[in-house]
Design a binder for this molecule. Structure first.
Ligand code: AMP
Ligand code: GLY
Length: 430
């Protein structure tokens, strides 16, 4: 089989990285991305689409005669896009709505964790503020308040004391700052320790683990400022003991896949548990039903195998038959964001210096669009991610920053400490 017609859903840095890797496959016939960005446009047309409308996605897939649809973000999964495509006989990479519930409902994820005996933080769900506050008090005030549903990464508040917890509970349950996604909240025990992202391909039976990676969520150096979608990434975390890594793969990822299968929830795509390494051992802090962003930008340059062949096999339920191999290089990705992000920011600034980037460095665009005259302009909060390789994280880090400094746009902001502490994780507190 060859010359596959593929439709990719999404328009972030993750999708540029996926399109870049898919385009290296000899099996790729044509690639469309919806809605796409300046990066995905290098590999095929971008198309406008309401990606969370299952009927609209199916209509486009049929019009394009797509033989595979690959879903990047979580919203289409939560909306049942994979179910609609599968029912119409269109192969799809991305879990069913029931499978993706592991991401779109934190209370469902908690229940699955408990039932499957997977270690996680203590938590309880509430839909009224007084009871939620009562539980936060029982936890000693230091807790985490999480909107149950999808809130574009903004629904989690890590609280130092009861006052902060009360404000976060009020914001979600009373002011409805996250809409229906915050009509129920999870009050969770606050954990301490370094974080790492586990990713795996799965067709619901076979699991192919990816290397571990680490995201940097806070906006500013020293992990200060508000949380963002992710300001940088590195892979692998050399501080993660191989035995711990293996334990996460076996006791978290593989167990969760088995639990989803036992519950009859179809799962063909990526499962990504977010982990915290506490003094008492690894704990799940969230599940995602898709590739991480910016983790993907650091992972896919390390994938030696054919991503399209993997996606096709996952969609067909025959992952066991394809190689999934990774190289030993380290990668570091530094996100360049628009000034003001994650708050209000300006768009439309021309991006210069892109042609000065070294040939072995990838610039994955996120919020960036190309004009008719070829100028690439900022068009979002996270604008691009500069990804470099090296024999070590330290070497990759130096190479990434050397290239970041060649790229310019008005108001550009980036962290200067991505992967700076990759050799030694943050101290584990109790
Ligand atoms: P999420 O949106 O679920 O990825 O959570 C955002 C961030 O909140 C995570 O990356 C953690 O840094 C933090 N977080 C989530 N749960 C906990 C927890 N139980 N204890 C401490 N920090 C947490
Ligand atoms: N890197 C965090 C996420 O993709 O959810």
């Amino acid at each position: 089989m060859s010359a596959l017609r593929v439709l990719l859903l999404g328009g972030g840095g993750r999708e540029h990285a996926m399109a870049w890797k898919l385009a290296q496959s000899p099996r790729l016939g044509a690639l469309w991305t919806a809605p796409g960005n300046a990066g995905t446009a290098q590999y095929g047309p971008n198309l406008p689409l309401r990606t969370s409308d299952p009927d609209a996605v199916l209509a486009l897939a049929e019009e394009l005669r797509a033989e595979l649809v690959i879903v990047g973000p979580e919203d289409p999964l939560a909306a049942g896009v994979a179910d609609r495509l599968a029912a119409a006989g269109v192969p799809v990479f991305g879990p069913s709505r029931a499978g993706a519930e592991i991401e779109w409902s934190k209370t469902f994820a908690k229940q699955l964790l408990r039932d499957a005996g997977i270690a996680t933080a203590r938590a309880q769900a509430f839909d009224d503020a007084p009871s939620a506050l009562e539980y936060a008090r029982a936890l000693g005030g230091a807790c985490v308040v999480k909107a149950d549903g999808l809130a574009a990464g903004k629904g989690v508040t890590v609280c130092d004391d009861l006052e902060q917890a009360a404000a976060a509970i009020e914001q979600a349950l009373v002011a409805r700052a996250f809409g229906p996604a915050g009509a129920r909240v999870l009050i969770e025990e606050r954990l301490y320790g370094p974080e790492t992202s586990a990713h795996a391909f799965t067709d619901g039976v076979t699991v192919a683990h990816m290397p571990f990676s680490c995201d940097h969520k806070p906006a500013f150096d020293g992990d200060r400022g508000p949380n963002t979608g992710g300001m940088g990434v590195y892979s692998p975390p050399s501080w993660l003991e191989p035995a711990t890594a293996r334990a996460i793969e076996r006791d978290v990822t593989e167990r969760a896949v088995a639990a989803l299968r036992a519950a009859g929830r179809a799962y063909r795509g990526v499962l990504y548990p977010g982990m915290m390494l506490t003094a008492d051992g690894p704990r799940v802090i969230e599940f995602n039903a898709r590739f991480g962003d910016p983790e993907t930008q650091a992972l896919l340059p390390r994938l030696r195998s054919d991503l399209l062949a993997i996606c096709e096999a996952v969609a067909a339920g025959r992952l066991a038959g394809v190689p999934v191999e990774w190289d030993d290089a380290a990668t570091v990705g530094v996100v360049m964001a628009a000034g003001g992000y994650p708050g209000a920011y300006a768009s439309g600034a021309p991006i210069t210096g892109l042609d000065a980037v070294d040939a072995d460095v990838q610039v994955f665009f996120a919020g960036a669009q190309r004009d008719a005259d070829g100028t690439v302009r900022t068009a979002g909060g996270r604008v691009l991610c500069v990804v470099a390789r090296g024999a070590s994280v330290e070497a990759a880090r130096a190479h990434a920053y050397d290239n970041v400094r060649r790229i310019h746009f008005e108001g550009a902001h980036f962290r200067t400490d991505i992967a700076a502490r990759a050799a030694a994780p943050v101290e584990v507190r109790r």
